[in-house]
Design a protein around this ligand. Structure first.
Ligand code: BTN
Length: 330
């Protein structure tokens, strides 16, 4: 805990110097304890400058997801008051489910440097190599029925797109329902899972899993994904601090959850603006069947209206079907 508190104080200084004396007073520990914590932080890769009569300044943090760095300012927020950053795990969604069943509180965030069994929708894998991506899951315990939560994943897509855009200055699109795209390729996926109370239709907990390709190089994707997946690094040419991105996503999720469900018009409008599926020729995939269709509009329940070549129309819900572009990933 000692070094975490020292790190938190240095982070609050935003690169300005803070004396060892002030830190020891604020934390109620000796100057020697502060000095030891600084030495431990340096060993872990934090670049900390020390200047006589001025104190210590944090110049650079290591490229590793860090709960002290990420959690700054979220103590009272619905999401991010408690954060767990793991080196490796099967799936952050699985870990959050295990913690939820053990009684974890709403708002918990779990991140991992690597997932050995990262999960996508419909039993697919989510490629999660070490130290390059952002793999995070959020636990929510909303007091509502499952019907209220039907559009949640679409809201999350808007929030994650906004979180990425705020941090990396890119214009992220949405492929219905909740793949995020950049440069026509998949940048991020969202997997929402929930547990229901037996007998009632009430939700016990929800897990929102978000995977973002951040600093991957093209060669780090498996061959079959190289033409359809991309990363922020591939699109911008710049490496991004994953702690900063994670904070930006949590801020956007907090804004979203504070407006859910009363801010529906706003999120619907934002969703429609970002939705790149609209106007596209697509294949509707359902239970092994593939139908050609044209994507027309998003209705007020975030369903996709499509028209079929024979002239009929259908509102698609994300639980029943998925959609692939006829001429590309979109
Ligand atoms: C998809 O593309 O179909 C959804 C991908 C969701 C991936 C994220 S990564 C964090 C969380 N843990 C998982 O195992 N999956 C989600």
């Amino acid at each position: 805990m000692g070094q975490e508190s020292v790190l938190a104080l240095l982070l609050q200084q935003s690169g300005q110097y803070l004396s060892g004396e002030t830190m020891s007073q604020q934390l109620g520990v000796s100057r020697t304890a502060i000095w030891k914590s600084i030495a431990q932080l340096k060993e872990q890769g934090y670049e900390i400058d020390s200047v006589k009569n001025k104190g210590y300044a944090l110049l650079k943090s290591p490229d590793r997801l860090d709960k002290v760095v990420i959690s700054q300012g979220f103590a009272q927020s619905p999401i991010g008051g408690e954060i767990l950053c793991l080196p490796t795990i099967d799936s952050t969604n699985n870990e959050v489910k295990r913690l939820a069943m053990a009684g974890a509180k709403s708002g918990l965030v779990v991140t991992a440097e690597e997932q050995t069994q990262g999960k996508g929708r419909r039993g697919r894998q989510f490629h999660s190599p070490p130290d390059t991506g952002l793999y995070m899951s959020v636990l929510l315990r909303p007091q509502c029925t499952v019907e209220t939560l039907t559009p949640l994943t679409a809201w999350v897509a808007v929030a994650v797109a906004e979180g990425i855009a705020a941090c990396a200055s890119v214009d992220v699109g949405i492929k219905w329902t909740n793949d995020l795209l950049l440069g026509g390729k998949k940048l991020s996926g969202i997997l929402t899972e929930l547990a229901l109370e037996t007998q009632t239709n009430f939700v016990e907990y929800v897990v929102i899993g978000i995977g973002i390709n951040v600093n991957h190089q093209k060669c780090q994707f498996p061959l079959d994904l190289q033409d359809i997946s991309t990363s922020l690094y591939e699109e911008t040419g710049e490496k991004l601090c994953r702690n900063r991105l994670c904070r930006s996503i949590i801020s956007a999720l907090n804004r979203m959850i504070s407006s859910f469900p009363q801010g529906k018009e706003d999120y619907l409008e934002k969703y429609r603006q970002r939705c790149l599926t609209l106007g596209q020729d697509v294949f509707v995939l359902r239970g092994g069947q593939k139908q050609e269709a044209k994507a027309l509009e998003i209705d007020d329940e975030f369903r996709l209206l499509v028209s079929y070549p024979q002239g009929t129309q259908e509102f698609l819900s994300s639980g029943d079907v998925s959609v692939r572009g006829k001429f590309g990933y979109i």
